[in-house]
Design a protein. Structure first.
Length: 441
């Protein structure tokens, strides 16, 4: 098994020999960078000048003291993004606007300098070495037209390592995407989970079997059911990438063990906290992912609450890396719902529904009618296979909350296969359950 190339990359960034990289060396580097980041933010950011007014960066000598600093929340950025900027506007190369929550509220605006974007390219360069090598041809199924977009930066990184980027964009026409992959003799691809699944389960998708060596799924939560479906259809390795725009697009990526994320520890410091107590949890316990930028100058973020659920794993990775292991993200805190007074999430739906070989995508809505909860599921099926609503209902019964609700008679499941006019996700927002019960509260 090949060790993740991130070890070598991080060793070079923190100034140690690859063979002697250790957790202690990484931790010492991170503490020094945290002090620099806090100093920069206090000096240049109007937001942190106020929230960190009483903090002496020189006294942040360990992670326990750092964990006493206040959090940064998404709404803080939405309310006044310019208060976070630490450079002049002429140094800003890229501005990204993100909708904060749902379709309401002010969008978050994120600012990146040329140097900040170079950090992302550098991570993409080494992170992609898990999947591809020089001369490999990589289909990019992500937005790429705008300078500084995720597909554009990925293309630059691939060229830098000697691979051949093939920009295509999000998969709106599945047949065209497959044709492009075949015409360009594609070895690997990077895309949105449901978009790649559409290609794999398309009637022409079989033509890519044993042609595609590796796939990287990104931008949204990656269901294990989708990874397995793509791997089985094409006979390839399927990797999972974790990142968000606030992180500078890249946060972590799986190695050849295909287990957990190795993290971008030279540029980001990660914590896992209990969202209720706001305290860091021990390795092995689930909590909310929090990160701090270590090397970003345009818009540094300190203890940023992501809303993502995961945990650190204490055991070493089979690949031999000394980097921290973070389990594949288990959805979002805001994605947790209740049905029949039991926990329910989009992850439950994903792992159940995507195992059906005719399901390409779905939408889910929960509402309340006449004292009963209604779970409405709209299924997008393959062109060559029909979906039996009763079969889908039986699949949903494997989810404990659904089974309980149906058994006691307080839940009604409605299945529809009339998908017309539902737009394909561009990957800029996370898939979620629409809960109309909240709108009535």
């Amino acid at each position: 098994m090949i060790k993740t190339p991130l070890d070598e990359w991080i060793a070079g960034k923190i100034g140690v020999e690859p063979g002697v990289l250790s957790k202690n060396a990484i931790f010492s580097y991170q503490i020094a960078q945290l002090q620099k980041t806090i100093t920069l933010a206090k000096d240049k950011s109007a937001f942190y000048r106020k929230t960190l007014a009483m903090i002496d960066p020189g006294k942040i000598t360990d992670f326990v003291r750092f964990a006493e600093l206040p959090f940064t929340f998404p709404q803080d950025i939405a309310e006044n993004p310019h208060a976070f900027v630490c450079t002049s506007q002429r140094e800003i190369e890229r501005i990204v606007s993100l909708q904060s929550s749902g379709t309401t509220g002010a969008p978050k605006r994120l600012f990146f300098t040329k140097e900040d974007q170079e950090l992302t390219i550098d991570f993409f360069d080494y992170g992609m070495r898990n999947l591809v090598g020089p001369r490999d041809r990589v289909l990019i199924l992500l937005p790429w037209e705008l300078p500084g977009s995720v597909g554009d930066l990925l293309g630059i990184a691939l060229k830098r390592m000697g691979a051949v980027p093939i920009p295509f964009g999000p998969v709106y026409n599945t047949a065209d995407a497959i044709s492009c992959a075949l015409h360009n003799r594609t070895d690997a691809m990077v895309g949105i989970p449901t978009h790649v699944l559409r290609m794999a389960r398309h009637q022409e998708g079989e033509k890519l079997r044993n042609r595609i060596n590796s796939v990287l799924l990104t931008t949204d939560y990656v269901p294990q059911a989708i990874s397995e479906a793509v791997a089985n259809r094409w006979g390839c390795s399927v990797f999972n990438h974790y990142g968000m725009t606030e992180m500078g697009l890249g946060g972590g990526v799986q190695c050849s063990a295909l287990l957990d994320y190795h993290l971008r520890e030279a540029d980001l410091y990660f914590e896992i906290i209990d969202p209720e107590t706001r305290k860091c949890v021990p390795d092995g316990e689930y909590g909310e992912v929090v990160f701090t930028t270590l090397t970003r100058n345009g818009m540094p973020l300190i203890r940023y609450r992501t809303g993502d659920i995961s945990r650190f794993l204490p055991d070493p990775c089979p690949c031999g890396s000394v980097l921290r292991r973070m389990e594949v993200v288990q959805g979002r805190i805001s994605g947790r719902k209740k049905i029949a007074n039991s926990d329910f999430s989009i992850i439950d739906l994903d792992e159940a529904l995507f195992k059906h070989n005719a399901v390409l995508d779905y939408r889910c809505r929960i509402e309340e009618k006449n004292g009963q909860e209604h779970l409405n599921v709209l299924i997008k099926a393959t062109e060559t296979n029909s979906v039996d609503p009763q079969e889908i209902t039986d699949i949903l019964r494997t989810i404990p909350a659904v089974q309980k609700g149906l058994t006691v008679g307080i839940l009604v499941v409605n299945i529809s296969t009339h998908w017309a006019d539902i737009p394909i996700s561009k990957g800029t927002s996370k898939r979620k359950i629409e809960d109309l019960r909240l709108a009535k509260q």
